[in-house]
Structure formats: C-alpha cells, structure tokens
Design a protein around this ligand. Structure first.
Ligand code: VG1
Ligand code: CO
Length: 542
C-alpha cells in the first residue's frame, strides 16, 4: 500500500516569516507539495506512532493537499492524524489541538492574510509539539532537505471523507476527523468572563465581526451568536470559501473598510472586529476609535487581570521589534519583563514556554498569550469585549484614558507592495551601508541617536537571528524601521514603520499621519524609498 515516488528538488521552497507561501499554480506542479511535506517529515525525529494535527483555512487547494498530507503521514509512520472537519482549522485552534492532545506537531495549510483562489496564494507551515510555529533551526533543516530530496513516500489508498466526523483507518494509521470549533470554544470560555460579555450584549451593546469569507466564521458564529447571544447575522461573511468570496482576508483599513465605515457611522454598531484568512489576526474598531494593534497589545496587557484567565497577573510582555513601545510602558509600570523579538510568531515560543512572557503582540494585528503558541484573532476580540464589559466604558474612553496615563505612541505602517525585488534589495543594501554614518546627523528638528540592523539574541536558547530590520532611532524616542516582507508571493513588499512618542495629553488628538509627517519625510530622505520603488504613495497605510 506504501509507494515510494521518485522526485526532483524544487529550488524555491524556502519558508518565510510564516511557512512556505506560493501561488496555487506553483503548488500544483508535479510533486511540489509532496516534496515540501516529505522534507518536513525528513527533518523530524521520533514521531513513529505519534499524532499529527492537520487543518487549514479552507482556501483553494486545501482539501487536495490535506489528502496528500494524510497519505504521506501514514506512509511515514505517524500513528494518528487529527484533522478538522471539512479540512478546517484556524491557526490558533490547530495550536490548541496540538497542545491539548499532546500531538507531536501539526501542519497548517494557509497563506493567512494573502488572497485565495485558483491563481492566488497557498501555504504550508509546520508547528512543533508546543503548538507553535517551527523555529528557524527546523525551517532551515526543512529547506536544506528540499534542496536534495529525491523520493517521497505515500500510501496508495482512497481519499478520506473529510466531512464526516469520526475515526477512520488509512493504511494502518488512524484518522480522526474532529469538530474544528469545540475545543477552541472550551478554551475561550475558561479564559474570559462569558456571563459579563453576555450581559453587555443583552443590554444592547452591538458587536459585529467580519470573518471575510475565511476560517473564523464557524468559530465566531458559535461564540458570538450562540454562546454570547448576539443576534444572528452579527458575524458577517461567516462561511469559509475557497476564494474567500473575493475578499482579501487581511484585516486592515483597506480590506476591512466596510466594517470600519459601518462602526464609525453614528447609527452603526458599537464595536467591530475583523480577522484574517487563518484566524490569527484581529482588527479592533470601537465607535470613533480605531485601535492600533500596538495600542491594543498595551491596553490588553494593562487590563489583563479583568479576564478570569489572567486574574493572577501576567509574567511579562513580548512584542516584535517594529511594534510600538506602548507596551513597554505598561511592562515598566507593572514591574514585569519586556522582550523585543524579530517579526514572526515563532520568536515568541521560547519566551512563552519559559514563562517569561504571558502576552505577546505584533503591529500587524496579531495578539496572543500563553493559552496557545500562535497569535489568536478571536482571543483578542474576546479580551476587548471582556474589558469593555467589566469597565463599562467605551473603547474610545478606554484608549484615551490609557494615553493620558502612559503617553501616546503615534504609530503607522506604510506598505509598498509588489515592488521590483532588485529595487527593494538595493534600498536595503544602501541603508545598511549608511548605518554607521547616521548617528549624530540631524534632519530638521530630528537628531539620529542610533541606527542598526536589528539582531535578536534569544534569552532562552541562545540562538541569534540577524538582519531583522533596519532601525533609525531619534532622540526623544521616535524611530523609523524598514523591513522587507517575508510572506509575499510576488515581487517584494517594503514595510516602513513609523513611531513617535508623545507624553503630553494635550497633544493626543492629532491625526496620525499628520503627527508623523516629518518622520515619514525623513524616512524617505534616508532610504530614497519613493525613488527606488518608483511609487509616490504606499499601497496600504495602517
Ligand atoms: C507579516 C507580518 C508579521 C506576521 C506575519 C505572519 O510578515 O508583518 O508580523 O507575523 O505576516 O502573519 P511579513 O514578513 O510579511 O512582514 V500571518 O497572519 O500571515 O500568519
Ligand atoms: Co494569519
């Protein structure tokens, strides 16, 4: 029943910030997905007879790759695979299953916030036994293996019915098709004050969630509508579709604009949220208050004890380097540890496992905690609802009071998408060469204090990750950061991150782009971003 198939390496299977992402037609090449999956298995040791979790965000090609992965797991000697019904598992739900059932690891099929469909994106990522993304040591080994792979093993058997919950045999391996939502809901009910949120909603507080045709639909319907009593229809675009119904499931001010406009209208809902393709991100919007992800992290951390799961307090906070320093001030006040990591959730795993950090976040709409080892979109939404329910104040009041207490970190990210790769690399190289000459230079009222290419020394395992983003820091705490995206699939995406700290509460109501205008101009002067990219404006401003 087990066949060994001869194959040849593909040279382009290097995992990025979060797994391998390519266009669907690339994944549909002969043996392309098989090569990568076999390379994962070949890079692991000791999984004989153990359990693997498999699921995806429902995008185009999800079911086909799940069938391949099941047959290959059987051929490689796994004892059991737990797979979400219909092939569905959000990234945080997959992380939870791995942890709860002590699986050896998991394969999550998703290209997350990238669009889906026959000519759009697909992705494969591997998660380790703690439930989190494989660390660089493993992704490097997987890539090395893809470069020399010459065979893969697969069970030559019929497909499993992914829509039927139950236990099946596949070439001697057990396949358990599970409800993708049930265990996740149990976890959320343990962490948050559901009765308080239910009372808030029963009192007329109107909440909407836009699942953008992606994976969070079934989770959000079960939690918000069925458990918390929000009226039917409160979850929009709630059926996961192979092309996300044409939505670009990136919860930002461009792609979730409808929801944003609705919440901002005087008669619209009181609170809205959107999530991305695989359910690990969140955008949170209160009436007249868009909450930046960096502020969201800080405010969740500052109010953490209001949620039952965090009532005893938090041990530390971790944020990715480009995320604003708003959370740092909260950590300082609480007298707890603060960690700054490179972009990508895989860097939080060690800190969470070691108990150094309880809450983590990224500026890219990702927030999470030690409840799983991934960022978790619905978790963040529930955390906000819990805080709103207990404090009985609006999101607007909560955010402005937070700024008054801690100061405001004005913050924005500018993305230049699908830029010519050589032009983008040229910009980064030129910036690197300039770094040592920048300190001491002045640009208008701004004086450069320090400039570097961020390197991270993991305090738990001692590993070092270099070249994680160019930082130019100015006196007074302002900074600009440049990075190239590691998740895009065509050309290069340049990300510019801009931050200014404003302690003075009388200056907290300035429009963000205005408050950052001089820094944005200096960023362009230092990097020649516009000239080199050939663009006069960013594709997306957050
Ligand atoms: C982006 C974000 C990063 C996030 C990553 C994966 O990476 O900036 O913060 O961890 O996506 O998120 P990059 O390399 O494109 O900047 V997801 O929701 O796509 O799994
Ligand atoms: Co995602």
């Amino acid at each position: 029943m087990i066949k060994t198939v001869t194959t040849a390496p593909y040279k382009d299977q290097k995992p990025g910030t979060s797994g391998l992402r390519k266009k669907v037609p690339v994944f549909q090449q002969e043996n392309y997905a098989e090569n990568f999956i076999q390379a994962i298995f070949d890079s692991l040791e000791g999984f004989e007879g153990k359990t693997l979790v498999i699921g995806g965000d429902g995008r185009y090609y999800n079911r086909e790759v799940i069938q391949k992965a099941l047959k290959m797991a059987a051929a490689s000697g796994f004892g059991k695979v737990m797979v979400g019904q219909g092939g569905i598992l959000s990234t945080p739900a997959a992380s939870n299953l791995i942890r709860k059932y002590k699986a050896f690891g998991g394969i999550v099929l998703s290209a997350s916030h990238n669009p889906g469909g026959p000519t759009e994106d697909f992705g494969i990522k591997y998660n380790i036994g703690n439930g989190g993304p494989a660390p660089e040591k493993i992704t490097d080994a997987i890539f090395a293996r893809t470069q020399v792979i010459d065979t893969y093993k697969i069970a030559d058997v019929a497909d499993i019915d992914l829509d039927a919950i139950g236990t099946f045999d596949l070439a001697g391996m057990t396949v358990e098709v599970v409800d993708p939502v049930a265990d996740y809901v149990i976890l959320m009910e343990e962490l948050f004050d559901f009765p308080a949120i239910k009372a808030l909603i029963a009192g007329g507080f109107k909440v909407v969630i836009d699942s953008m045709g992606a994976v969070t639909g079934p989770y959000a319907v079960e939690i918000l509508e069925k458990r918390l009593g929000a009226p039917a229809g409160s979850v929009r675009n709630s059926t996961p579709l192979p092309d996300f119904g044409g939505h670009h499931p990136d919860p930002n001010l461009v792609h979730a604009k409808e929801l944003y406009d609705d919440v901002m209208s005087p008669t619209g809902p009181d609170f809205g949220a959107a999530s991305d393709g695989d359910g690990d991100r969140n955008m949170v919007v209160g009436k007249n208050m868009f909450v930046t992800p960096s502020d969201s992290l800080a405010i969740i951390a500052a109010n953490a004890t209001l949620a039952p799961g965090y009532a005893k307090g938090i041990a530390g906070i971790a944020r990715s380097m480009p995320t604003s320093a708003a959370a740092d001030r909260v950590a300082e006040k609480l007298g707890i540890g603060m960690y700054e990591t490179p972009t990508g959730w895989k860097f939080f795993g060690n800190l969470l496992d070691a108990g150094k950090a309880t809450i983590c976040g990224e500026e890219s709409f990702g927030t999470g905690s030690d409840h799983v080892r991934e960022k978790d979109g619905l978790w963040a939404v529930l955390f906000w609802l819990n805080i709103l329910a207990v404090r009985k104040e609006s999101a607007y009041d909560i955010v402005t009071k937070h700024w008054a207490e801690y100061g405001r970190n004005y913050y924005s990210r500018h993305d230049y998408e699908e830029v010519d790769s050589d032009a983008a690399n040229g910009m980064v190289t030129a910036l690197r060469e300039k770094l040592s000459t920048l300190p001491g230079q002045t640009f208008g009222a701004l004086k450069v204090e320090a400039a570097d290419d961020f390197a991270y020394n993991d305090p738990v395992d001692g590993s070092v990750s270099k070249n994680q983003g160019i930082r130019v820091m100015f006196e007074g705490g302002s900074r600009v950061v440049f990075r190239l995206s590691g998740t895009g699939t065509s050309g290069a995406t340049i990300r510019l991150y801009v931050e200014r700290y404003e302690p003075d509460a009388s200056r907290h109501a300035i429009e963000t782009q205005e408050a950052l205008a001089d820094l944005i101009a200096v960023a362009d002067e230092i990097s020649e971003l516009k000239k080199r990219s050939g663009r006069d404006a960013p594709t997306v401003i957050t």
